[in-house]
Write a protein that binds this ligand. Structure first.
Ligand SMILES: [Ca+2]
Ligand SMILES: [Ca+2]
Ligand SMILES: [Ca+2]
Length: 166
């Protein structure tokens, strides 16, 4: 609990609390909804370049926030209401979905999930990447990783620009 208070207080003070350029802060994280038609791995690289990673949705609170964000963007018409890659995949071992993270630090998707009814179904035996799918009532689905679509990046709100080289 002390650690949580510390993180919150540093954010309130603002000393080490910031989002990468273009991201929106919410709780401990920052988010960027990206309307580029990208494969899952292209999306993951894009998020990395922007200072984050593909989004890891760990709670209903986080998902409700994101879905509201998607609906707001939908209302602007700036991004066609398509589908959005998240960080999950079972490409390494079929049926074992993991949040891939970075540097080999993947973890099994356990606890909170929000799969659409009947998903993941590994349709046509090659659906290995996790998306939020509009036509499935904005719930999770596994899809062919090579499909080009929108995606959601997430970064820590303690991000700073110290890693900029040159
Ligand atoms: Ca998250
Ligand atoms: Ca699969
Ligand atoms: Ca599927």
């Amino acid at each position: 609990m002390l650690a949580v208070i510390y993180i919150l207080s540093t954010c309130i003070i603002g000393a080490y609390c910031d989002c990468p350029y273009g991201f929106t802060a919410h709780g401990d994280s920052c988010y960027l909804i990206v309307g580029l038609n990208s494969t899952w791995i292209e999306a993951k690289k894009y998020c990395d370049v922007m200072g984050g990673d593909l989004a890891v949705v760990e709670s209903s609170e986080e998902e409700i926030y994101l879905v509201n964000l998607l609906k707001q963007i939908d209302a602007t018409g700036r991004i066609f209401p398509e589908n959005y890659w998240l960080d999950g995949t079972d490409v390494v071992k079929e049926g074992e979905f993991r949040w891939m993270g970075k540097n080999g630090n993947s973890i099994p998707i356990s606890g909170y999930t929000n799969w659409a009814p009947g998903q993941p179904d590994n349709a046509a035996v090659h659906e290995n990447c996790l998306e939020i799918r509009y036509s499935f009532n904005i719930l999770w689905n596994d899809l062919d990783c090579n499909t080009r679509q929108n995606f959601i990046c997430e970064a820590s709100n303690e991000w700073n620009g110290d890693t900029i080289i040159g």
